[in-house]
Write a protein that binds this ligand. Structure first.
Ligand SMILES: Nc1ncnc2c1ncn2[C@@H]1O[C@H](COP(=O)(O)OP(=O)(O)OP(=O)(O)O)[C@@H](O)[C@H]1O
Ligand SMILES: [Mg+2]
Length: 329
């Protein structure tokens, strides 16, 4: 495993009457994408908020254990938490732009960190708005209030704002859950590029998003760490039955397949195109199962289907070479 960026050691967290994190110990690798997965309420956001101690803002919270970032203990009262937070950008579930213009949302952080020349700030604003795919949409109204943007645009603005202060770590909590499929795809592609320079921790309950993005996986269930490890090991050969059930979508075990299509021998993007054609002839809500044997199809077909607005119910390896992808129109 690569170098560790964040070391989490025996962390417990309690809300009033609720033991939300139970003895969590895990190491987050540097300059990789770690996905924290698990069903709603399992403690994903709580764990993320412990990492930058944003959890302190919650009334009645108590926590214990140790979180080391570059050998500094985040939980230690002597640690300069402002300094720790500077290293981390946070992208929340719902975008919260600052009550100022689009331009100032991006320029705000760099200004605080001492940048004052207009051309430098202009360049930063353009760079980060481009990076998140927002530039073309807002370049003619940079001085309009950020609150006028759509929710999807606001989320991309918040990502750009976080990146503009050049953190080492990006913490994201369901960063695409409020976005349309095309914007989500854009953010995913940017995160994949950004991991070259940043350590990224992404909370998601979209297993397919985790499969597309993660190098390392942390699976939580009811506040417990069920399993963690390199993504290919966890996704292809989980050690724990609960992880296998979560990944294989046992939660969706009740679906009745309406149509089946064997796409073995077809490479991407043809398998996607054929699946799309098959869905085209089906009614809304009907379920199509496709069998593929191109490894690329395992990520690309679900991604394309989600972008087209369909729902992925199941992605599962069925033998050495073949995978099934179950799609609901
Ligand atoms: N402020 C709070 N006060 C009391 N209990 C809380 C508070 N915030 C979260 N909890 C509880 O702690 C547990 C973990 O919550 P958390 O928000 O970390 O879950 P999550 O995995 O992020 O869920 P989701 O996918 O729905 O965002 C849940 O049972 C939740 O109800
Ligand atoms: Mg959450």
């Amino acid at each position: 495993m690569s170098e560790t960026q964040i070391e989490i050691d025996n962390v417990n967290a309690y809300y009033i009457g609720n033991h939300a994190l139970k003895n969590i110990s895990v190491r987050i690798p540097k300059k990789q994408i770690t996905a924290i997965i698990g069903p709603s309420g399992c403690g994903k956001s709580t764990l993320l908020k412990c990492m930058n101690r944003l959890i302190d803002l919650t009334d009645g919270i108590t926590y214990s254990g140790k979180i080391l970032i570059d050998n500094e203990d985040v939980f230690d009262r002597k640690t300069d938490i402002v300094n720790i937070r500077k290293k981390m950008g946070l992208l929340a579930q719902k975008p919260i732009p600052l009550p100022m213009s689009i331009y100032d949302n991006i320029a705000y952080g760099p200004k605080i960190h001492g940048l004052s020349k207009k051309p430098d700030l202009d360049a930063i604003v353009e760079k980060y708005l481009k990076l998140v795919g927002l530039w073309e949409e807002v370049k003619d109204r940079l001085n309009s209030p950020a609150s006028q943007l759509s929710i999807g645009q606001q989320q991309r603005l918040c990502l750009a704002r976080g990146l503009a202060v050049e953190p080492e770590i990006i913490l994201c909590d369901e960063p695409t859950s409020a976005l349309d499929p095309v914007s989500s795809q854009h953010i995913e592609q940017q995160l994949l590029k950004l991991k070259k320079d940043y350590t990224i921790v992404i909370v998601t309950h979209n297993i397919h998003q985790a499969m597309r993005l993660a190098d390392y996986v942390v699976h939580l269930y009811l506040g417990e760490l069920v399993e963690h490890g390199p993504a290919n090991e966890v996704f292809e050969n989980p050690k724990e039955e609960r992880t296998r059930a979560y990944i294989n979508g046992t939660f969706f075990a009740d679906f009745k397949v309406d149509s089946e299509l064997n796409l073995k021998g077809n490479a991407c993007p043809f398998n996607f195109v054929y699946a799309k054609q098959a869905l085209h002839t089906m009614e809304e809500g009907k379920i199509l199962k496709v069998i593929v044997d191109d490894p690329l199809a395992v990520t690309e077909v679900p991604r394309g289907m989600e972008a087209d607005g369909h729902k992925i119910l199941n992605v599962k390896q069925i033998n050495k070479t073949d995978w099934q992808i179950v799609i609901q129109k």
